[in-house]
Design a protein around this ligand. Structure first.
Ligand SMILES: Nc1nc2c(ncn2[C@@H]2O[C@H](COP(=O)(O)OP(=O)(O)OP(=O)(O)O)[C@@H](O)[C@H]2O)c(=O)[nH]1
Ligand SMILES: [Mg+2]
Length: 295
């Protein structure tokens, strides 16, 4: 008999959920950055083993104070996963357990499936003896089925986490074909790679004021032709994204194109435009247009 089920990676922003997804499935699927609120959509990553299928759901970091419609959409995308997953992996930061983590645990009160804590970033703990009190304190906050210290970045203890997940999966037939990696479209993944480069290169509030819309995605025999718009909220932001002499935008385009070529296994021709739509991140119609739909 096989085991199969959905496993949500949930937690406050920036704890390493997307890094964990990529390293669990051994495939760069979800975008990551040192900034909080990088992930904006739920994203499925499927791992098929001989007798088990683990369907991971990466989610946006849950925010306590959602300040605009985009942030509210992100919170809904994360909590919606609780309505269909079998297991939640609550991702925590080994350096700090705070009120934001407590707010995420509060969301778990109406979840009836298994909850496992993954205490991430243990590579950053200079004093490893701090881990034991952290783990025992955790049980005061929630009756976790297991608490597993990991380093997603260094792939430390991920095999133990995976083994625990398999043990808690329901006995069930596979949910997806064995060669399926995700349900996300190539267009979506292409837009995300562009957004990743923007998040990693731009400063302060600018990453939060932009989104990426794919205009054309045309597959030819030897080549993928992709055209995308980067939407910002104000004219001044447009100039910063483009940079002096267009250098910034060219570098962002080059980095995104190289990642796309790896992802799609094809040569990519990418063109980027920067456009202004004032306050798109607090406007429901714009959010719909830019792909922020509720599930
Ligand atoms: N040192 C260390 N850094 C990590 C580890 N896991 C993730 N990071 C870093 O933490 C930062 C955030 O990682 P993400 O994977 O984007 O975090 P996230 O939880 O998906 O963040 P949001 O999508 O914004 O909620 C990045 O700079 C990662 O490289 C880890 O195990 N150790
Ligand atoms: Mg993320």
């Amino acid at each position: 008999m096989t085991r199969a089920g959905y496993i949500a990676l949930l937690g406050r922003p920036n704890v390493g959920k997307s890094t964990l997804l990529n390293h669990l499935i051994d495939y760069k699927l979800s975008i990551t950055s040192p900034r909080p609120q990088t992930t904006r959509h739920a994203l499925l990553g499927i791992q098929t083993l001989e007798t088990a299928q683990l369907v991971y759901v990466d989610t946006p970091g849950l925010q306590q104070n959602a300040r605009n419609a985009l942030n509210r959409h992100m919170n809904r995308a994360a909590t919606h996963a609780l309505s269909y997953v079998d297991i939640v992996v609550l991702v925590l930061d080994a350096l700090q357990f705070n009120t934001e983590d407590q707010a995420v645990i509060k969301q778990l009160q109406r979840f009836t499936g298994t909850v496992i804590a993954a205490v991430n970033k243990i590579d950053r703990l200079s004093d490893k003896t701090r881990l034991l009190p952290y783990l025992s304190e955790l049980q005061n906050h929630y009756p976790f089925a297991a608490s597993i210290p990991i380093s997603a970045l260094q792939r430390d203890n991920l095999a133990a986490l995976q083994q625990t997940l398999i043990e808690h999966l329901p006995a069930a037939p596979f949910l997806f074909a064995a060669d399926e990696l995700t349900t996300a479209s190539s267009r979506f993944l292409a837009a995300e790679l562009i957004r990743e480069k923007l998040f990693r290169r731009l400063h302060e509030e600018l990453p939060y004021a932009l989104t990426v819309e794919i205009e054309h995605f045309q597959e030819e025999a030897q080549l993928l032709r992709i055209a995308a718009k980067i939407w910002v909220e104000r004219q001044g932001q447009k100039g910063i994204v483009i940079g002096a002499g267009g250098h910034q935008l060219r570098d962002i385009g080059r980095a995104a194109r190289l990642d796309m070529q790896t992802l799609f296994g094809k040569k990519v021709f990418l063109s980027l435009w920067v456009k202004v739509r004032s306050d798109w991140s607090d406007d429901e119609r714009s959010l719909q247009q830019f792909g922020y739909h509720d599930a």
